[in-house]
Design a binder for this molecule. Structure first.
Ligand code: SF4
Length: 249
């Protein structure tokens, strides 16, 4: 399929999904460049800015292609990596924030769906119109419900109340990252807004991985979060970033 839409991509690679309910599954990751949020725990800082080249990893020799990349060319790169990769669960579109390049994302996903790969979208969900137009092209949605005080402020919860119904007919789970200094009242509100929409949505509490400059969240806090969430939601889990433990990207 020929596409006339191009966009910025940081890298394409394959790895084990280390977060959420699909932890342990082999995915091809397509990491888009660019994100306008500034989460304090961001572990993909390099992908927040648009970069001049997209790195294609997983096949020898590794190579780069110049950005912006044509959507059809990107789909072709993913397909050729998929052909030599056994046991693929799905393709994860991640970032940065994929919804910030919605026309490019739509053209890319329309092309990818022709080859039958399951599409798993990792998003902060803060772009309502983009989410609405991309939803039919996605199989699984990992919705990262951001706690405002950790992610630059603003009335993010009002957006999440509107965005959840957009993905009503998709497989969806919500993930809330909590980091040192999180506001428990914000966590409670995140729980409430998801429960008000659908108590059955899997709700993942993900502690931010500690760094040299930021400590971890104590286990007793995680347990307290679990109990608070489990009062309102049917499927609550605490899952750390397992790919970090495995030394994988
Ligand atoms: S939304 Fe994701 S990519 Fe953007 S700053 Fe937050 S953690 Fe980083």
């Amino acid at each position: 399929m020929i596409s006339a839409v191009d966009g910025y991509v940081h890298e394409v690679f394959r790895s084990i999904q280390g977060e959420g309910p699909y932890v342990g599954s082999l995915q091809i990751f397509v990491r888009f460049s660019g994100c306008s949020l500034r989460c304090v725990y961001c572990d993909t800082i390099k992908a927040r800015e648009r970069v001049p080249h997209c790195a294609l990893r997983g096949r020898e020799p590794e190579r780069t292609i110049p950005n912006p990349v044509d959507a059809g060319e990107l789909a072709s790169c993913v397909r050729s990596l998929a052909v030599v990769t056994p046991g693929i669960h799905s393709m994860s579109v991640t970032g940065g924030e994929p919804l910030e390049q919605v026309d490019f994302l739509k053209a890319f996903l329309a092309d990818i769906r022709e080859c039958g790969l399951l599409v798993y979208l990792e998003t902060n969900g803060l772009f309502e119109d983009a989410a609405r137009s991309v939803s039919p092209l996605v199989d699984i949605v990992s919705l990262d419900v951001k706690l405002p005080s950790l992610c630059g402020g603003g009335d993010l919860f009002a957006v999440y109340r509107r965005i959840l119904p957009v993905f009503r007919d998709r497989e969806i789970f919500c993930k809330v990252v909590i980091a040192e200094g999180y506001d428990p009242a914000e966590f409670d509100e995140a729980v409430s807004l998801v429960a008000a929409f659908d108590k059955r949505i899997p709700f993942i509490i993900q502690p931010a991985t500690p760094t040299a400059s930021r400590g971890g969240v104590p286990g007793e806090n995680l347990l307290a979060c679990y109990f608070k969430a489990a009062v309102h939601l049917a499927d609550v889990r605490v899952i750390p970033q397992c790919h970090r433990l495995l030394g994988l990207p």
